[in-house]
Design a protein around this ligand. Structure first.
Ligand SMILES: *Cc1c(COP(=O)(O)O)cnc(C)c1O
Length: 394
């Protein structure tokens, strides 16, 4: 890739790749179910440009806070094309969403209370999130002996049953769906089969008649040797068919699978230091904050865009631009020494990166899109001017 047009540090969106993921998953759903909805998980990458492309391509916005709800509206989603999840709903947006036909999955007791304030006339649809302990539902996919969850109402205690009973006695509210999102380590087909089975068993046990099951996110994107979207969806269908729920509306909320592979991050070498006999530190204008805000990754998919004609050295530690001693990204062994101006492209970094980047030392970087007709700057980097907005400084 010729990177001269990009001012570093920056993220680069491959628009075609984003659309390929969205359309790929939608096609798989339509092949198996007469009614399905694909929600774009806003928290995974909340870049407005991506939200608009998701909207244009028929996705709903899956939001988990009042701020995200407002963002989805600003980006053009109709209220009845919003899926509203999580504990951070505000009272106003909760009522607004339900009365305008959004898919609202109840997560907290206070939301149950808020239902009292819905208009008495009319019949309002809500969903309920079911607590899923992966160790109990799909042990082989669990992270440890007790891969429990702090989300949803539990059917192991009386909370789920109580929530059902409560909703049932409200004459203007109907339970329209169950929500079962968990992201398993394995992202395996088996995990989805087991968790959908758990949802279907719950539906059967309580004799529920939901319009939808919202399976949530947690899928692999398009990668060799990983399950395809069609394989995931075929597995959903197997289980729903088994429970005679073939006509159910299936909702999915992929985050990682939609946005990981369509974003790269480009940084540039700004200094090369020889610190020990066999070790060089390469300072770049990127940071671990940009590509690994949880500081958990141990390797990256990178392209080293270097002339490569320097002498080979034993060890180069590629480091970030912050003043944090531990802002070190990766080590290169036995490779030509990098030079100032060389560039490093980190691939597959669109999920849980730019939306989690702190405003530390330097503010949010440029974002470009590569489209069929060229390159465009879609978010200009923040400077001190944007940083001080809404501050009292005098
Ligand atoms: C985070 C989240 C998702 C997306 O999860 P991925 O693992 O990124 O696919 C979907 N639904 C809900 C409720 C979430 O909180």
């Amino acid at each position: 890739m010729d990177t001269d047009v990009f001012q570093t540090p920056c993220f680069i969106l491959d628009q075609q790749e984003l659309i390929r993921s969205i359309v790929g998953y939608q096609t798989a759903l339509r092949n198996c179910f007469t009614d399905s909805v694909m929600g774009y998980s806003v928290k995974t990458n909340s870049l407005p440009y991506c939200l608009c492309r998701a909207e244009e391509n028929g996705c709903y916005a899956e939001v988990v806070s009042a701020d995200e709800y407002e963002l989805a509206l600003l980006c053009g989603f109709a209220k009845n094309h919003i899926i509203y999840n999580g504990p951070m709903k505000s009272y106003e947006t909760f009522i607004d969403a339900i009365t305008h036909g959004a898919i609202v999955n109840i997560e907290t007791h206070r939301e149950l209370d808020w239902l009292q304030d819905l208009p008495q006339e009319g019949l309002f649809h809500v969903g309920l999130r079911l607590n899923v302990n992966i160790s109990k539902v799909s042990l082989d996919d669990a992270d440890g002996e007790n891969d429990d969850s702090r989300f949803g109402f539990s059917d192991e205690t009386d909370e789920f049953k109580k929530a059902l009973d409560y909703i049932n006695q409200l004459s203007n509210v109907k339970l329209a769906g169950l929500h079962i999102h968990r992201t398993s380590h394995s992202r395996s087909i088996r995990f989805y089969k087991n968790s959908i089975r758990y949802a279907c068993e719950t539906i059967k046990n309580y004799n529920l008649h939901p319009e939808y099951v919202d399976i949530g996110g947690g899928y692999f994107g398009i990668f060799d040797n990983k399950p395809t979207y069609q394989q995931y969806v075929d597995a959903f269908k197997d289980v729903f068919d088994h429970y005679k729920l073939s006509d159910i509306k299936v909702i999915v909320e992929p985050g990682n699978a939609m946005v990981a592979s369509c974003f790269s991050f480009l940084s540039e070498v700004i200094d090369v230091k020889h610190v020990e006999e066999k070790c060089w530190f390469i300072t770049t204008d990127g940071s671990r904050n940009d590509v690994d805000p949880f500081f958990r990754k141990s390797s990256y998919m990178t392209d080293l865009l270097t002339k490569g004609d320097n002498e080979v050295v034993e060890k180069q530690v590629v480091s970030g631009c912050t003043c944090l001693e531990y802002d070190r990204l990766f080590t290169i062994n036995n490779y030509p020494l990098l030079s100032v101006g060389d560039r490093i492209l980190y691939k597959n970094v669109g999920a849980y990166t730019m939306c989690l980047t702190p405003l530390f030392i330097r503010y949010i970087p440029n974002i470009y899109v590569i489209k069929d007709d060229g390159v465009e700057l879609i978010r200009e980097k923040w400077t001190a001017k944007e940083y001080v907005q809404k501050n009292v400084i005098r």
